[in-house]
Ligand binder design. Structure first.
Ligand code: PEP
Ligand code: CO
Length: 454
């Protein structure tokens, strides 16, 4: 069911609310031209896909599916390349196979992809050696280099971002529609460099078991399992840059509702979740499924106001709360948040982001996350939801299919010293291939007991 358009809402009604974290463009004429241009270009996703995802999220809300949402903290324009996109899909597909095998339920795959180009910043201005310039806000807004010219917000970058999102989605859809996603050929998802990895060996045992199961079923029934041949994949990003989101927001007559068609599943970050703020105002009027990050700082009544504002019709799959509390806070805050939402009588999908509450700095000032903190927050969240008779519907991770050294710990026991070796993220530290697979295996837990090494 789609909630219809709201009388008191327009795609630009957020503009009266002093939006946080927006770029300060100096050339108003150029900005208006870009926004008009963006509004005239075709949508990046369709309402059919968006509604299909909403139904999948409704399943997760009921505990009948598990959401795997993951990808880079920030995508960059130069990394819009075939190997990067393929590797990111491969690790998410591999993790989803592990989760399906262990949890014995379908997995909803959602990439932080095709639009994850804007970042919230703690300060508007960055100062180096006495020089102060606007902070870098992501490739959709300005450039990383530290010169006045590069840091000037450039509206044209919204068009470049829209194009790269379209290129990414085009490639992802082509792969998914072709043989790449065929469950009979999971060798398509092998990453070139992981031959020796212990995670890869365990993963291959799981895949073999699935292949045997498919063969067995098909030989018994004499039919191919068509349903299982293809998997679907959805896109999501932080809907931070409201002019960009607004420009691609359309009223669809056939559905009688407004859709933000830059992505299937936009979310609101922890810094912009004020129930009275501009982001919540914008998100309230779109029919997409929407997410909100919830930090340990959120007050109980604030969360209730947010839930009432974003899901007044109590639509299943409409609102996802992504809690990112930190391993040290989850025991204290999660029961309180679950109780607060329950008291509204409104259902939500609960997803655990065990990354953003666990960011620390090493003695050398390198931003990292400890694998054990990540695993422990996730484990505690699982136990708390279960004890509270609530449903943990999924997980939200920053990860990459590459062998980076950004988070410590995990199967290879990375230390602070290793962080110097291959730290590539310009924003938050991501799980590497082994760490991501290890986490998937832990979530899959007992369902994989017979496949764990002795
Ligand atoms: C993010 O997901 O990259 C992010 C900035 O998260 P949060 O808003 O939860 O800090
Ligand atoms: Co991040």
């Amino acid at each position: 069911m789609t909630a219809g358009a709201r009388e008191d809402w327009r795609p630009d009604s957020w503009q009266g609310r002093g939006a946080l974290q927006q770029p300060a463009y100096s050339d108003r004429v150029a900005l208006d031209r870009v926004v008009q241009n963006l509004a005239a270009l075709p949508p990046l996703v369709t309402s059919w896909e968006v509604e299909a995802l909403k139904s999948r999220l409704a399943q997760a809300q009921r505990g009948e599916a598990f959401v795997l949402q993951g990808g880079d903290c920030a995508e960059s324009f130069v990394e819009c390349t075939s190997p990067r996109i393929v590797d990111q899909l491969k690790v998410l597909l591999q993790m989803s196979v592990v989760l399906t095998a262990g949890l014995k339920m379908p997995v909803v795959r959602v990439g932080r992809m095709a639009g994850q180009y804007v970042k919230p910043r703690s300060a508007d201005i960055e100062t180096r050696d006495g020089v102060s310039l606007p902070s870098f806000r992501g490739d959709l807004v300005n450039r990383h280099g530290f010169t006045a010219e590069e840091r000037e917000p450039d509206p044209e970058l919204m068009l470049r971002g829209y194009e790269r999102a379209a290129l990414t989605l085009n490639f992802v859809r082509g792969l998914m529609d072709g043989g790449f996603a065929d469950l009979h050929h999971p060798e398509n998802w092998d990453l070139a460099f992981v031959g020796q990895s212990a995670s890869a060996a365990r993963y291959h045992r799981i895949v073999q078991r699935i292949a045997d199961g498919l063969d067995f079923f098909e030989s018994l029934s004499g039919k191919k399992i068509h349903e299982a041949r293809r998997v679907d994949f959805y896109a999501s990003h932080e809907g931070l840059h409201l002019l960009y989101e607004e420009a691609q927001t359309r009223f669809l007559e056939k559905r009688g509702a407004w859709y933000d068609l830059t992505t299937h599943f936009p979310w609101i970050g922890a810094r912009t979740g004020d129930p009275e703020g501009a982001h919540v105002e914008f998100f309230r009027g779109i029919a997409n499924p929407v997410g909100v990050k919830v930090s340990a700082a959120v007050e109980t009544d604030e969360l209730q106001a947010l839930v009432r504002r974003l899901n007044p019709d109590n639509q299943a799959g409409r609102l996802t709360l992504i809690h990112r509390l930190g391993a040290g806070n989850v025991e204290r805050d999660l029961p309180r948040l679950i109780a607060a939402v329950r008291a509204t009588g409104i259902g939500v999908v609960w997803i655990c982001d065990p990354m953003h509450g666990n960011t620390v700095s090493t003695d050398d000032g390198v931003k990292t996350r400890r694998f054990d903190d990540i695993a422990s927050e996730l484990e505690a969240a699982t136990a708390i939801h279960s004890a509270e008779d609530s449903v943990l519907g999924g997980v939200h991770l920053e990860l990459t299919g590459e062998h980076v050294t950004e988070c410590t710990g995990g199967p290879r026991g990375l230390t602070d010293t290793d962080l110097r070796r291959d730290y590539r993220s310009t924003v938050d530290p991501r799980l590497n291939y082994d760490q991501a697979m290890e986490l998937a295996m832990r979530i899959a837990g007992h369902g994989l007991a017979d496949l764990q090494p002795a």
